[in-house]
Design a protein around this ligand. Sequence first.
Ligand SMILES: [Zn+2]
Length: 214
Amino acid sequence: MSWGNPAAATATPVAVKCEYPGCDNPAAVYVAIGEDKTKAASCCEHALFENPIVALVEGSTVAVSEAVTKKLVAQHEAAKAVLEAAKNSEMEARLMVGNYAFPLAGRKEGVNNLELSDGRVVKLGHKVNYKLSSDNEAVEKAEDEIDAIGNEGPFLRERIITWEAKFSKSEYNKLDTSNPTHAKVKAAIDKVLEISNGTPSLEVKEPKAKLNNQ
Ligand SMILES: [Zn+2]
């Protein structure tokens, strides 16, 4: 439990060695050791103890073993279960504070304050959701109605209702760049298209149960 050298965790990523006593293998990951969670570089073999893996060694060329991948998957599943349980109890506690200390009838939209005897102030944000109907034709009809009022009608309408451009990836994928019109359309859209990687999702599918006696 006493292996690990905190200085090494911040050292240059080139040729990081496993810090397990007597091991000279290149490190693939960092594990957290002991109560104070000291970060120690570890090879794949020595990453399989109970110490959680906390980071990958940046720039490491060591292939991560399947056993390490399995451990990471298990860590993710455990973290997900803890997160779910914490999310549920946080929501329950929040709703109970809201229901008991801030009865709905007395709440105002926005921040509601309740001062406690020790001087702390509990702030409950009472949120009300507003959104326009997803029926665009109905919204456009309302816009026309407002414009027909005249005077400052259109002025008020364009401040209250604004439109936002949405992107359809499936329609974009249908563009055939061997068609000159499509190619020009794609070039024009690509000028305003911002592409970035989202956070990956992760799920583990259990193997199909094997049939007995076959
Ligand atoms: Zn090692």
